[in-house]
Design a protein around this ligand. Structure first.
Ligand SMILES: NC(=O)C1=CN([C@@H]2O[C@H](COP(=O)(O)OP(=O)(O)OC[C@H]3O[C@@H](n4cnc5c(N)ncnc54)[C@H](O)[C@@H]3O)[C@@H](O)[C@H]2O)C=CC1
Ligand SMILES: O=C(O)CCC(=O)C(=O)O
Length: 526
């Protein structure tokens, strides 16, 4: 049975799902060196933001197949190291969207009305109404940085509260922004005009210290900043100085450059600063959502199924996956087959996606073809995560083409590989019931299902050859399960495709090519 380590607090709903297929150990609060010591025993690791999954931990995780982040941000996982090792990294892109958006909105209102400090003063026995005079958000301008899932929900609610909406997001269309009632502007204009600035972007090299002394200097003295995205997007020292010097009115932060927050000048500031300990996703609802979402993906991967929200398998989103799932196996089978026909060292793979597969969404089929192509070399070590990297490192050039006009089947895949045994091409499609059919081999039309042991010959189409080959295989005690001949013209060149019950014994291929009329013979194990 597989073993899963849960190293951060996760809702029981997730543990219950994992327990259907694995032994689950919940060990929270482990030090990095403790995690390195034990991770080698586990097939999967499930985390929240508390565990930092470093390269060292990943390298020690020799059995790991999947790392599941019960949340959105995967900046606490060395995704590049995981990808290199063929480990799928999944997250829950939507499970905590509402929780994080509501936290940002709560922070904005709390900051405007000094709720945390007013509450603390009443609890101390005071009744001070003068100190806590606040500001309304109605008719004020909110500048939303990052108009993705969380930013969009913040926009919807802020609009309903009567705010004017500006947004900065270089990857969002004007139409989408307009739908949300936002005016797309550049960052400079946003910081100059906004009364409230709320951040909803990932932390990347481009966004690190996006809000720095220079940006803070452009803001109005009444501006308040909210960060419920990631620590480090704001330069905390510059922020503390700007607030102390009255350059801006305040800030509400849920995330910090270093968590838990240690010594910080932000702690000593008064009611103009609100700090929460990374609570954006901490609602009962969000924790159930993310735990179920990620646990289901871990369960699926441990059962050999694809994950719907893998962050390191480009293009394999849930909708795409649903559409392509039947074709992924076809692409892999064809890749494996053509790789063996072309000989071990393939230099070039042409992938032609035909019919309904001739869309940009079909890119994962190219990855699946590479996974199949590399299977003989790498066996279980190649997967959808590392197939492209492994191919690149082996110097395999990949050319993708799409041809919507080829409609012999609804969708078909044509692979042509050039390797040490020359160039070979194979085409395959799916029947209505999802069964795979090989429909063309090196230009010869065929119609055969793939099987475990196969033999292909190229021969002259002339009487007697099939009988001679059958007798030869019989003399080696190899049983033929099925056989088909494909030819373009009568008495010209032809191919024979045989499904065998047994693997071919060593040396028999040479015997086969000695049969008069047989030019070439290839054996393949799928
Ligand atoms: N405080 C908490 O507990 C939580 C924090 N988060 C964080 O909130 C952030 C946003 O999450 P989602 O909305 O789910 O992500 P998302 O991926 O839906 O949206 C992010 C948006 O940022 C935009 N973006 C990327 N780079 C940008 C740049 N350089 N400048 C401006 N915009 C840029 C993208 O185009 C995208 O629209 C993430 O950092 C996530 O980790 C998410 C959940 C809970
Ligand atoms: O797991 C958590 O509580 C943090 C959530 C978060 O920051 C995220 O999902 O990006």
């Amino acid at each position: 049975m597989s073993k899963v380590l849960v190293s951060d607090p996760i809702d029981q709903a997730g543990i219950d799902i994992l327990s259907q297929v694995a032994t689950v150990d919940v060990k929270t609060g482990l030090k990095p060196e403790e995690l390195v010591k034990i991770i080698g025993e586990y097939d999967a690791l499930m985390i929240r933001s508390g565990t930092r999954v470093t390269k060292e931990i990943i390298e020690a995780g020799t059995q790991l197949k999947i790392i599941g982040r019960a949340g959105v941000g995967v900046d606490n996982v060395d995704v590049a190291a995981a990808t290199r090792q063929g480990i799928v990294v999944v997250n829950s892109p939507e499970g905590n969207t509402i929780a994080a958006a509501e936290h940002a909105l709560a922070m904005m209102l709390s900051l405007s009305r000094h709720i945390p400090d007013a509450n603390a003063s009443v609890k101390r026995g005071e009744w001070d109404r003068k100190t806590f005079v606040g500001a309304e958000v109605y008719k004020k301008t909110i500048g939303i940085v990052g108009l993705g899932k969380i930013g969009s929900h913040v926009a919807t609610v802020a609009k309903a509260m009567g705010m004017k909406l500006l947004a900065y997001d270089p990857f969002i269309s004007t139409e989408r922004a307009e739908q949300l009632g936002c005016q797309l502007v550049d960052m400079d204009l946003l910081v100059q005009q906004a009364d409230y600035i709320t951040l909803h972007i990932p932390k990347t090299p481009e966004t690190t210290h996006l809000i720095n002394a220079n940006m803070l200097a452009k803001m109005k003295p009444t501006t308040r900043i909210i960060n419920c995205a990631r620590g480090g997007i704001i330069d905390e020292e510059a922020l503390a100085t700007a607030i102390k010097e009255g350059q801006i009115a305040g800030a509400a932060l849920d995330v910090f450059e270093s968590e838990p927050l240690g010594e910080s000048s932000l702690r000593s500031l008064g009611k103009e600063v609100i700090l929460t300990p990374h609570l954006g996703a901490s609602t009962t609802e969000a924790q159930v959502n993310v735990a179920i979402d990620v646990a289901e993906q871990i369960r699926d991967v441990l059962l050999g199924l694809p994950a719907r929200s893998a962050v390191n398998i480009p293009g394999l989103g849930p909708d795409v996956l649903e559409e392509l799932k039947p074709y992924m196996q076809l692409a892999e089978t064809l890749g494996n087959l053509v790789g063996q026909l072309a000989g071990g060292r393939v230099e070039l793979l042409n992938v032609r996606l035909q019919g309904e597969l001739a869309t940009n969404k079909s890119q994962p089929l190219v990855v699946a073809s590479l996974k199949g192509l590399l299977f003989q070399a790498l066996r279980e070590r190649v997967n959808y995560v590392n197939a492209s990297i492994e191919a690149k490192e082996r110097g395999i050039r990949v050319i993708e083409t799409r041809d919507a006009a080829i409609k012999d089947y609804a969708g078909s895949i044509h692979l042509e590989a050039t390797g040490s045994l020359g160039t070979h091409a194979v085409t395959g499609a799916l029947l209505g019931d999802g069964e795979i059919r090989l429909t063309n081999l090196d230009g010869f039309p065929i119609n055969v299902p793939p099987s475990h042991h196969m033999l292909f010959t190229v021969h002259r189409d002339m009487p007697g050859i099939i009988g001679k080959l059958g007798s030869l295989l019989g003399s080696f005690n190899v049983n033929i399960a099925s056989m088909q001949v494909g030819r373009k013209i009568v008495r010209g060149d032809a191919v024979m495709v045989l499904s065998l019950d047994d693997p071919l014994p060593d040396g028999i291929l040479t015997e086969i090519t000695k049969v008069p009329g047989i030019r070439d013979a290839y054996t393949v194990t799928l």
